[in-house]
Design a protein around this ligand. Structure first.
Ligand code: HAM
Length: 421
């Protein structure tokens, strides 16, 4: 018989412990984001396809083959998709709500699932989660620095060690065009030696050849002078990039200036960066981002620069050291007989109201197996109520960690618990 309980290819089930870790990451990230004065927004998972096509770029992997389409059974005129990333979506939100009319500078963050139909492997899923940040309305290199520092601070707070910051500048749109043209000129004689994907990229998106992981492509681009010297940058873009680097230097932030870093989304201009970890395999970026100074203008007629990044929660989880996880119950109530159960159930409510993580048996098990359950579920204390205890208005309080038990009067139980906890 075909199993009907298999998850969708490329999705991931978080266990109880993993969900705890996930939430812990989100909490720590939010703490830092708040400190940096970024404001949270929650946007839909569903978007119109064209939000992404024009912004991410028609020749990118995401747009060419990874977008999941959603179709209502009786409706097929509107192309709705599962969002593959958040930047284009935040820009859509920003423009649709004319945020620029009331705020000429905005700092947003969002946390949620993204969807890309990629071939799954370690660190690469079809549904994954972003902690994303977008700062809209400034070209200042200090904002570039803040964005990079913020990404690093969040990772530091979460406990990600041994991360490497890689940084580059793609220049303005004109620089990018010149850069692409020069790459074509320089590589024209080597075109047939490129891998199959880069052969296609040569005409459509030559910058992407620079970050190809194939050895033969790396060898070909390795010695391109234009890249090493960043001579494709215009004066203003070079000055801005140098400022970003100066600010990072002044704060003793280590980085690798990686001239081959180009990113896989078309909207990027100027500063781009990735934070990588050696603990990950081929998919080694824990997070990445950069400027997108033309995107808002491309989708509207308003010229507003912006910058942002996104961290991949699943990748963070892969590189984290062991995390302390506790699913301890403070008090478990074990009862003998129906009347004791009533008493126990009422005590359970009071315990919960007083903030104790507490539970009771729901399966009419023997006292022995109730105690076994309590032990298995790491209960610190068990309160036992049987016919004798009912009669005398006392409870047996058993300390499971220290292995002793005492009789406690019903009206003194909270005092005793607080004393022992
Ligand atoms: P991205 O590089 O496509 O950038 O994604 C950011 C991060 O999401 C990656 O560095 C990685 O950690 C994680 N990630 C990406 N794809 C997957 C996947 N298939 N499975 C698991 N994790 C994945 C963006 O999406 C841009 N919107 C970031 C940005 C914001 N740029 C400016 N603002």
């Amino acid at each position: 018989m075909e199993k009907t309980y298999l998850k969708v290819y490329g999705t991931y089930d978080f266990s109880v412990k993993e969900t705890f870790i996930f939430n812990n990451i989100v909490e720590k990230a939010k703490k830092i984001l708040k400190r940096f004065s970024y404001k949270e927004i929650i946007l839909p998972i569903l978007e119109k396809e064209n939000v992404f096509i024009r912004s991410i770029g028609t020749t990118t992997d995401i747009v060419e083959k990874q977008i999941f389409m959603i179709k209502r059974k009786d409706e097929d005129d509107e192309k709705i998709v599962l969002r593959p990333e958040g930047t284009a979506q935040v820009v859509r939100y920003y423009l649709e709500n004319s945020i620029y009319k009331t705020n000429d500078f905005s700092k947003f963050f969002y946390i949620g699932p993204m969807f890309r139909g990629e071939r799954p492997q370690k660190g690469r899923l079809r549904q994954f989660h972003h902690i994303g940040v977008e700062a809209v309305g400034s070209k200042s290199p200090f904002l570039d620095a803040e964005i990079i520092i913020l990404a690093l601070k969040i990772l530091e707070e979460i406990g990600v060690k041994d991360k490497i910051l890689e940084i580059n500048s793609l220049g303005c749109r004109k620089d990018k065009e010149n850069f692409s043209k020069t790459i074509r000129e320089k590589l024209i004689n080597k075109k047939t030696e490129l891998c199959k994907i880069c052969y296609e990229r040569f005409d459509k998106n030559p910058l992407r050849i620079l970050d190809c992981k194939e050895e033969k492509c790396r060898e070909i681009v390795k010695n391109l002078d234009i890249i090493k010297e960043k001579s494709y940058l215009c004066k203003d873009c070079l000055v801005d990039y140098k400022k970003v680097i100066d600010i990072l230097n002044s704060l003793n932030i280590s980085y690798v200036d990686n001239p081959f870093l180009v990113r896989g989304l078309d909207y990027y201009t100027n500063t781009v960066f990735e934070i990588t970890s050696k603990k990950l395999g081929a998919q080694n970026a824990i997070g990445a981002g950069g400027r997108y100074n033309n995107l808002i203008k491309d989708l509207s007629d308003i010229d507003i620069p912006a910058i942002g990044f996104a961290l991949g929660i699943e990748r963070i989880m892969l590189v984290l050291d062991k995390i302390e996880f506790s699913d301890k119950i403070d008090v478990y109530i074990a009862t003998i007989g129906e009347s004791a159960k009533y008493k126990g159930f009422s005590l359970l409510s009071k315990l919960r109201e007083n903030g104790f993580i507490s539970d009771i048996d729901f399966r009419d098990k023997s006292i022995k197996s109730q105690l076994r359950y309590a032990q298995k579920n790491n209960a610190k204390f068990v309160i036992i109520i049987g016919p004798d205890e009912l009669k005398n208005n006392v409870f047996i309080l058993k300390d499971m960690e220290k292995s002793f038990q005492v009789n406690v009067k019903e009206d003194e139980i909270f005092l005793k618990l607080k004393e022992l906890c």
